[in-house]
Write a protein that binds this ligand. Structure first.
Ligand SMILES: C[S@@+](CC[C@H](N)C(=O)[O-])C[C@H]1O[C@@H](n2cnc3c(N)ncnc32)[C@H](O)[C@@H]1O
Length: 210
């Protein structure tokens, strides 16, 4: 049960159902019930898919067994997880992976510099946060310092020019490469970037326009 204070019980009486069906523009209770069942089935399927994807992602690391390897951590940053009813945290809990999650309910521009100051190092990053150029740029620059050389960053919403520009800077000036590009649909693209094995040595006046 999601405790988002926007969740309402479906009325049990036919009269209550008829009231909601009419309020939501359905012709009758049957049409409303059919639409509701379809929607609930779709949501449940999405939830299972998300949980399976989560388990698969963690299972990629052979060191994680049932209750094992607590030192292996996935760091997640989202200042607005509560605005999504904490659904991601609930899924992690349901998958029994909460011990492997280090969650920060703060903006990435506040958390990433702290991780860097703490000398943390990571193997992979998935970025789907604030899409404005300055935020994505800051995310990428810090991740470039936090990831081990030759690591992959998966970046969503590559169709946005703000994101394309931030990537272009990293490719032209920092020696990153585009490993793969893909589309979820015509309005939704992603890109997988690879950082260089060792940071590019640049003269003080090195700059390639992007
Ligand atoms: C498009 S949603 C993506 C959510 C998730 N990746 C998914 O696919 O379900 C963008 C997310 O970025 C978060 N966000 C916004 N500004 C942020 C920031 N400065 N730092 C980190 N996350 C941020 C939002 O709260 C939201 O959860």
């Amino acid at each position: 049960m999601i405790e988002d204070q926007q969740t309402h019980e479906i009325p049990k009486s036919r009269e209550g159902l008829a009231h909601i069906a009419c309020f939501m523009g359905f012709d009758d209770v049957e049409a409303f019930s059919t639409a509701l069942r379809g929607e609930l089935d779709r949501k449940e399927a999405n939830r299972h898919e998300a949980r399976d994807a989560l388990l698969e992602a963690f299972a990629l690391d052979p060191r994680i067994g049932a209750g094992g390897a607590p030192e292996i951590r996935h760091v997640a940053i989202d200042p607005n997880q509560a605005g999504f009813s904490n659904i991601a945290l609930q899924l992690v809990d349901e998958a029994g992976l909460r011990d492997h999650l280090e969650f920060y309910e703060e903006p990435s521009e506040m958390v990433l510099p702290r991780l860097l100051a703490d000398r943390r190092r990571f193997d992979f990053a998935f970025v789907d946060g604030n899409h404005r150029f300055d935020w994505v740029f800051v995310d990428l620059i810090y991740l470039g310092r936090l990831l081990r050389g030759g690591a992959v960053i998966f970046l969503d919403d590559y169709q946005l020019s703000s994101i394309g520009k931030a990537v272009a800077f990293c490719v032209r000036n920092l020696g990153w490469s585009i490993e793969e590009e893909g589309t979820a649909n015509e309005h939704h693209h992603w890109v997988a970037l690879r950082t260089p094995l060792t940071p590019l040595q640049r003269d003080f006046d090195f700059f390639v326009d992007f």
